[in-house]
Design a protein around this ligand. Structure first.
Ligand SMILES: Nc1ncnc2c1ncn2[C@@H]1O[C@H](COP(=O)(O)O)[C@@H](OP(=O)(O)O)[C@H]1O
Ligand SMILES: [Mg+2]
Ligand SMILES: [Mg+2]
Ligand SMILES: [Mg+2]
Length: 350
């Protein structure tokens, strides 16, 4: 079994290289490089490539570990010109960042599907990874925020989280990304259970200078009137109207800070926002583990609390879905009881 420091090192390297693949595609994404999945959500060549990159690192270093990743290679496998073009683009992007030897087409497809192809392992193993190769694909397509999110789960608990946020500026709650932000290195966040949460640039502007990690903490603000609430840009992912009513009840003055992806958890963890609300828009939607595993550990290790709208901790022990939870409320430990009370009053939860 590898040491935790080796696991941490590989996870960081995998996320850094996946961020590199995402960045390289962003400025050149053209029609035909995005697909609409059966649930009507988008997926791009960068999502596939980032999943291939991270899975390749994990499969090479930890061949016995199971992986639950968001994407599947199903749409790249058909013997059609569209699938071939897409697959070739993913292959080019992936091989540009992975160490040699280059993957073949078949190896690429099997690497993307590594988690599913080796699913038997997850039943036997106490530990598995979960990966969202691009969380916030809609943000990525708009040129706004997105995050490459990798987490290690052992016995149903998230033990390690690494989040790459290539477009995230330093300490600004601006919702749109400037051309300058896209040129900056962005931020990478690391959380280890019991060992704290840290921030560093995704890459060093100067390869000869070692990258420094800085510990991060949630905000110490206890004045709700001054609190900043963050929520999804997409109203379909979190109810903006319920959040507005909750904000009024709490006396919050500022407009919500809307941002795509788990960058919201990162902004909370580094004290830039005070509250993250993810309020159900449909009774039948169940959150996926890869949308929350990394971000929730980051906030907890930065001193915050993450629960669902019932006040229950997120339960990562039941497969790919957070089927025992509904919505998310995250904030500093001081603010959480008041926020939870306001959420429950507004949503008529007994
Ligand atoms: N009805 C819904 N409610 C909550 N989350 C949803 C949703 N439909 C899709 N999502 C998830 O919302 C994620 C993006 O979150 P956010 O709005 O915070 O950026 C998507 O991740 P991907 O972008 O990885 O597909 C997707 O999994
Ligand atoms: Mg998606
Ligand atoms: Mg996601
Ligand atoms: Mg995704």
């Amino acid at each position: 079994m590898s040491s935790l420091s080796e696991v941490r090192r590989v996870a960081i390297e995998a996320v850094v290289q996946a961020c590199r693949a995402c960045r390289s595609v962003f400025n050149q994404l053209v029609t035909g490089e995005t697909l609409i999945k059966s649930d009507r959500s988008p997926v791009t060549v960068a999502d596939f490539s980032a999943q291939a990159v991270v899975n390749r690192y994990l499969a090479t270093h930890f061949p016995d570990d199971a992986i639950i990743g968001e994407e599947s290679a199903q749409d790249l496998r058909p013997d059609t010109p569209v699938a071939h073009t897409l697959c070739n683009k993913v292959l080019e992007l992936t091989n540009a960042v992975l160490p040699k030897p280059a993957l073949t087409r078949t190896q690429l497809l099997d690497t993307i599907d590594w988690g599913a192809l080796s699913a038997g392992r997850s039943k036997r193993s106490r530990r598995h990874w979960t990966l969202d190769p691009i969380d916030g694909t809609k943000g990525f397509l708009r040129g706004d925020q997105y995050a490459v999110c990798l987490a290690l789960i052992i016995d149903g608990q998230v033990e390690l989280g690494v989040m790459g946020c290539p477009n995230l500026p330093a300490g600004s709650t601006a919702t749109t990304t400037t051309a300058q932000d896209q040129l900056a290195p962005g931020f990478l966040f690391i959380a280890e259970r019991g060992r704290g949460a840290f921030s560093r640039p995704v890459e060093s502007p100067d390869a000869s200078v070692p990258i420094q990690e800085t510990p991060i903490r949630v905000s110490g603000n206890t004045d709700l009137t001054q609190a900043v609430v963050c929520e999804s840009v997409e109203a379909a992912h979190s109810s903006h109207s319920d959040a507005q009513r909750i904000g009024q009840l709490l006396g919050i003055q500022a407009d919500p800070f809307r941002m795509d992806s788990q960058c919201k958890y990162a902004c909370l963890a580094r004290g830039e926002a005070d509250i993250y609300l993810r309020l159900p828009t449909r009774a039948d939607y169940i959150e996926k583990i890869w949308d929350h595993a990394t971000g929730s550990l980051l906030v907890e290790e930065a001193g915050g609390i993450v629960t669902d709208i019932y006040g229950k901790p997120l339960d990562f022990s039941v497969g790919s879905f957070l089927s025992r939870n509904k919505g998310v409320i995250a904030s500093s430990a001081q603010l959480h009881p008041q926020v939870l009370k306001a959420v429950q009053e507004t949503l008529n939860i007994e």
